[in-house]
Design a protein around this ligand. Structure first.
Ligand code: ATP
Ligand code: MG
Length: 259
């Protein structure tokens, strides 16, 4: 159930079909950055609650997820969120697709935790006073009220990432896109953040190099050189990817050119 009443959060939803089973789709999407083809004629429809994205460095994972909330647009093909082409609904995309970066310091922009959360609420129509009150309530709901007045910079890495996730969740997007959100966390923080992510009602699209974090996702896409090499349940994709890594490592030299 929504935490905020609709009177606060008036959303322009006319072009999005929020009841559609397919929440995101790429239709023959290609993307070039500089002279490099980063995504090459990719087509995929996402319906599953939790989708993982894996692949070697440079395979196009971040580029793909950035298409979902309008941080990038394709050179050809169409990206749709709840049926709406991202090129046509760009200003409204962040309300529906929240984006969490690997490094919390790249996401947070306000001095205190409460201000960071309150900002999200101003983005969905709260005035400043209500946003501060709402931020307190939201932090309490997530058992983080004791962090409210602390400087963001003073938090542990795990706390920072949790606050960044809450700063997105407070806007109640339907989709949460996460680009390696656990990479800089220690094993305990990583497990706790993952547990938190699995407890939310949002659809998750998450990039990870730690295959174990995706083991109980509903679906995993393996990207290679800007194409989808494999797309199936984790039980099929993760072992195949791990075996491919082993094969490559066994064949390659250890010099710089292999990395
Ligand atoms: N702004 C840019 N200009 C030119 N090339 C870019 C730009 N951003 C990314 N690339 C290139 O696009 C390719 C795909 O990058 P992308 O960041 O999507 O890969 P990735 O799968 O997320 O990799 P990683 O696991 O390292 O995060 C890489 O070769 C990268 O060097
Ligand atoms: Mg990346």
């Amino acid at each position: 159930m929504a935490f905020w009443s609709k009177k606060h959060a008036s959303r322009p939803e006319h072009r999005f079909d929020l009841s559609a089973a397919t929440y995101a789709s790429l239709e023959n999407v290609s993307l070039k950055l500089g002279d490099r083809t980063v995504l090459d004629d990719v087509s995929v429809e996402l319906q599953e609650r939790r989708v993982g994205l894996i692949g070697l460095n440079g395979s196009g994972k971040s580029s793909l997820v950035r298409l979902l909330n309008g941080l990038r647009f394709p050179d050809s093909g169409t990206v749709r969120i709840f049926g709406a082409a991202t090129t046509e609904v760009a200003p409204d995309l962040p309300r529906h697709v929240g984006f969490v970066f690997q490094n919390p310091d790249h996401q947070a922009i306000f001095p205190t935790v409460e201000e960071e959360i309150a900002f999200g609420l101003t983005q969905i129509g709260f005035d400043k006073k209500d946003a501060r009150k709402g931020a307190r309530a939201f932090l309490k709901l997530h058992d983080c009220d004791r962090l409210a007045e602390l400087p963001f910079a003073s938090l542990s890495e795990g706390q920072k990432q949790l606050i960044c996730i809450l700063a997105i969740l407070v806007m109640e997007p339907q989709i949460l896109v996460l680009d390696e959100p656990l990479t800089s966390l220690d094993g305990l923080a990583s497990r706790l953040i993952l547990k938190k992510l699995k407890s939310v009602e949002q659809r998750l699209v998450m990039i990870s190099h730690d295959l174990s974090t995706l083991a109980d996702f509903d679906r995993v896409l393996w990207l290679e050189d800007g194409k989808i090499r494999m797309d199936s349940v984790p039980g099929d994709v993760l072992p195949a990817y791990a075996a491919d890594l082993d094969r490559r490592a066994a064949k390659a030299e250890t010099g710089a050119h292999a990395l």
